[in-house]
Structures are given as C-alpha cells and as structure tokens.
Design a protein around this ligand. Structure first.
Ligand SMILES: Nc1ncnc2c1ncn2[C@@H]1O[C@H](COP(=O)(O)OP(=O)(O)OP(=O)(O)O)[C@@H](O)[C@H]1O
Length: 302
C-alpha cells in the first residue's frame, strides 16, 4: 500500500509538487501520468526517501521509507539513473546489489531468466541496450521480493515485446497481492497495463480514479454517413447533439447509436454507414492536462 498525503515540494519559488494526495492499493496497478516536468519524478523520489518533502507525508505500508525495516524487502524501485559500474556483468551487478541489500543471492539466476536476460548475463551492463538496462533495473527492484513496486518511466526504451513482458510481470505482481505504482508521460503506453490512473499536471493531481471511469467519462463519437448529410446534421443538432463534418461523413457526439438511427428514420434519411469511434485515450489525457494549465500558471506567478 502506498499513501501520499498532502505531499509538497518547493524549489525556490517553483512548486514542483503541490499538495499531492492519492493512494496505490494492493492487487492493482496504478498509473501515475503527467507530461514532462509535471512533478512525477519528484513525487516518487519523496516516496522513496531520496528527496525531502517541503511538507506532507509519503507512506509505504503505513511507514515512511526511512523508517522501514529492510527497505529492499518492502519496496523495489526502478528510477531513471545510470548504471554505477558499467564494467560489471548483469549477473555481477545483481550479485552486488543482493549482497548490499541483504537479498538472497540464490534469487539472481531465476530473476535473470524472469527478465529475459539469461543469455546476456555475462555481458558488461555498459554494453546493454536501453531496453536491456530497463530489464536489469526491474530485476534489481525485484531482488528483495518486495510487495510494493515503484517504477519511474520503465517502458522507456522497451520495444513492443518488452512492453508486453512488463505488462505480464506487473499484472502477475498485482494478482499475487502486490502494489504497483508506475509513471509515464504517455497514457497510451500504460492503457493496457493499469487498473487505476492518477493524472498530475503542474505538480497538482487533476484526476484520480479507476481507468474504466476515465473511459466511461469520455463521450464516444459516432461517424455517420447518410443520403442527405445536411438534413441529417440539422436533425441531430435539433436533438441536442454536436455535429462536425468530414466530407460526407458526420462526426456526432451526444447521441447513442440507437438514438441516431431513430432520428435518421424520423427524418426519412437512409443511413449508409454508422460506426462508434472508441475514445482516444491520449486525447482525453491531453484535454485533462491542458484544461488545468492556466490555473497552475497563475499559481506560479503569485
Ligand atoms: N533539484 C531540482 N531543483 C530545481 N527544480 C527542480 C529540481 N528537480 C525538479 N525540479 C523542477 O520540478 C518540476 C518537476 O520536475 P520532475 O522531474 O518531478 O517532473 P517529471 O514529471 O518527472 O518530468 P519528466 O517526465 O521530464 O521526468 C520541473 O519544473 C523541474 O524543473
């Protein structure tokens, strides 16, 4: 369980993180989303005891990171950082980390296999690709078999196969009762991976809810082609819908497909084509963060 309570971090006059409150609960994968510079890394660093909050509290299993007994057995983290000893092999890196954190050395080989690095285990990590480094970072986070995982932009550098692998790994972790908090600046990248979503913009949480609710809140759009687009358009608008045009095709929001069909029937216009566009997640995300921008800009000026 992760709990952030009124967490705030100021750097001079800039409030990098402003009164952030949300939880990530066991059994679910929580996505922490924001554009570049929105405050994700600063929040995660405060959670992991690497940056001191200006005010507020961050708890892992009800305890501050610095007060955890055996932190590596309670929380595993993947943060954006270079490899400290690029000359070491992947296996040697994990062995060293296991010894440093008190994790079982016997976990190293199974973990190399779990993250798909067994063939590259003896290669220098300095020669690893970005995707391989991400896999090694995930293995390092899992060394202590912690119930809580915190990952900052772990999908960066992963190819589609790597993303599918990460998805399975995190879902398995959540299914077995673990807590996962994962950040990204791309909602589409996380859409298949997360159960809950927290959206941060200019240091402030703008949205926190199950991902299904975010989908549900997005009105889907109908694409309709009929014999008389002008007549159809007028009939839909009279019923309260918003209608845009793309050549002969009408883009209609605010109506169900059933309503649209009935209205066309009433207007005696034959329909040739009617399809529902699924909501564009990236657009919803961008709408949420851009709607928030002016207020946040004012706060910074004050
Ligand atoms: N050590 C620091 N000193 C001063 N300002 C900082 C410091 N760390 C972060 N900031 C500022 O705080 C804000 C939030 O940065 P942060 O790195 O947390 O964002 P982010 O959402 O993780 O972005 P990205 O996706 O680019 O990593 C930015 O305006 C950044 O410039």
């Amino acid at each position: 369980m992760i709990e952030l309570i009124e967490l705030t971090k100021s750097y001079g006059r800039v409030r990098a993180v402003d009164d952030v409150t949300f939880s990530a609960v066991p059994g679910r994968v929580t996505g922490f989303l924001g554009l570049n510079g929105s405050g994700k890394t600063t929040t995660l660093r405060m959670l992991l005891g690497l940056t001191r909050p200006t005010s507020g509290t961050a708890l892992i299993n009800k305890v501050r990171y610095r007060e955890l007994n055996h932190p590596a057995r309670q929380v595993g983290a993947v943060l954006e950082q270079g490899i400290s000893h690029p000359g070491q092999s992947g296996r040697a890196h994990l062995m060293t980390q296991a010894l440093l954190t008190g994790a079982e050395v016997s976990r190293v080989d199974p973990l190399l296999e779990q993250v798909g690095l067994e063939a590259a285990a003896e290669q220098r990590c300095g020669d690893y690709s970005l995707g391989m480094r991400q896999r090694l970072a995930v293995a390092t986070a899992l060394l202590g078999d912690p119930p809580v995982l915190v990952l900052d932009e772990p999908a960066n550098g992963l190819d589609p196969e790597g993303i599918a692998w990460l998805r399975e790994l995190l879902r398995d972790h959540a299914r077995s009762g673990g807590t996962v908090l994962i950040s990204s600046h791309l909602l589409a990248e996380l859409a298949q991976l997360i159960d809950d979503v927290v959206i941060i913009s200019h240091g402030t949480v703008r949205y926190a809810a199950p991902l299904d609710e975010l989908y549900g809140s997005a009105s889907s759009r109908l694409r309709i082609r009929g014999r008389d687009p002008q007549l159809l358009s007028r009939a839909f608008e009279q019923a309260g819908a918003q209608v845009g045009t793309d050549g002969d095709v009408l883009a209609v929001t605010g109506l169900t497909p059933e309503d649209a069909g009935e209205i066309a029937f009433e207007a005696q216009v034959p329909i040739y084509e009617l399809a529902t566009d699924s909501p564009n997640l990236e657009q919803i995300f961008l709408d949420l963060v851009s709607a928030a921008a002016p207020a946040a800009a004012e706060e910074e000026v004050r």
